[in-house]
Design a protein around this ligand. Structure first.
Ligand code: CA
Length: 222
């Protein structure tokens, strides 16, 4: 599971990071509201842990912006604000659950699993992304083109997955680089796209000149 942790407290943040990593989860830890919305719209997270008292703003305002931007990611508020009004405000703004600090880790994990179960995002089912005769199996990290398996590098797979998941829009060069370059061997985005096109055929990825790339079509099924 991929978790976005928004918490400015170093002690709590480090403790949660350790717990989640021990549980086998992937965690992105941000210590302020700045940049959260961008990351959320950019990447797919299974859950968000949101502290309310952030150095550059109120977590409740951030939550409202997240929901107004159309993100339905499960959000668990973790805060020391325990008044009923605070809790109601959190739920009204779109929180899935609310946990008062200090809390015990087992309770946090149980609540997290519960909101994931409710949202259905912890489905064991494989997720297929298709574009014409191209099929990508996200969890198995497999791609077939015209029924035949295609061997992609990790970077190429990441690029293709990002494009297929958001095939309704253009992904900018900056967005793609931010996602893919951490795994990159130093070569440029264009080289990876070019290699990808050689492997999956020319007709799937369009170049949007001066902006980035996008898929020609998408269909999602589970
Ligand atoms: Ca705080």
């Amino acid at each position: 599971m991929k978790i976005l942790l928004i918490e400015d407290d170093l002690v709590i943040g480090r403790a949660l990071l350790t717990v989640f990593k021990d549980e086998g989860h992937q965690v992105l830890w941000l210590r302020s509201a700045n940049g959260v919305l961008e990351r959320l719209l950019d990447e797919d997270f299974d859950a968000v842990l949101l502290d309310l008292g952030l150095p550059d703003g109120d977590g409740n305002d951030l939550l409202l912006r997240i929901r107004n931007a159309g993100s339905m990611v499960p959000v668990l508020i973790i805060t020391a604000r325990d008044g009923l009004n605070h809790r109601l405000k959190g739920f009204n703004n779109g929180a899935d659950d609310y946990l008062i600090k200090p809390f015990e880790i087992p309770e946090l994990l149980v609540r997290l699993r519960a909101i994931l179960r409710r949202s259905g995002s912890q489905s064991e089912a494989e997720v297929l992304w298709t574009s014409g005769d191209l099929v990508l199996e996200e969890k198995r990290m497999r791609v077939t083109w015209e029924g035949a398996p295609v061997t992609l590098s990790k970077t190429e797979f990441g690029l293709l997955l990002a494009l297929m998941k958001q095939s309704h829009r253009v992904l900018t060069r900056a967005e793609l680089e931010r996602r893919v370059l951490p795994f990159s061997d130093g070569s440029t985005l264009d080289v990876h796209i070019s290699n990808l096109r050689k492997k999956i055929g020319d007709g799937h990825i369009c170049t949007v000149r001066g902006v980035g790339y996008m898929m020609k079509q998408r269909e999602k099924s589970i």
